[in-house]
Design a protein. Structure first.
Length: 133
């Protein structure tokens, strides 16, 4: 991706890592754009754009969570950036799969289309994080 920075031991920090936090309106707009561009290709339970709720203080969920039956993404203010919102949107695009293979395929595809991250690099990042892609 453009703007990549190299850090020791071959670790690459992409634009995804360097994103600014979004406010609730920006988060809603970003998720709406993702939904309009990609929902028709997958199997969401709802056709409309999901809602986004930005949480603060005691309401925090420890990052973010997609609630499929409510068609809602709840995200901590300190985690509200495009990478997290894309991850949670993928849960709503394939709600029956959670972190299983069909969901991972959606995630890798959207990483490539939205952030320019090659599938091979996605797998490398997953390996570093101890995830199976």
């Amino acid at each position: 991706a453009s703007g990549d920075l190299r850090m020791g031991a071959g670790h690459v920090v992409t634009d995804v890592d360097l994103q600014l936090m979004l406010d609730e309106g920006q988060a809603e707009q970003y998720v709406a754009g993702l939904w309009r561009r990609h929902a028709h290709r997958y199997h969401p339970w709802f056709s409309g754009v999901p809602s986004v709720t930005l949480l603060r203080g005691a309401d925090q969920v420890g990052g973010a969570v997609a609630q499929a039956l409510r068609h809602l993404i709840r995200v901590d203010r300190d985690h509200c950036h495009r990478g997290v919102l894309l991850h949670e949107t993928c849960h709503l695009l394939r709600p029956e799969c959670m972190h299983q293979e069909p969901w991972r395929e959606v995630l890798v595809s959207l990483w490539q289309e939205e952030f320019g991250i090659a599938p091979e690099f996605s797998r490398l990042m997953a390996d570093e994080a101890g995830l199976d892609l």
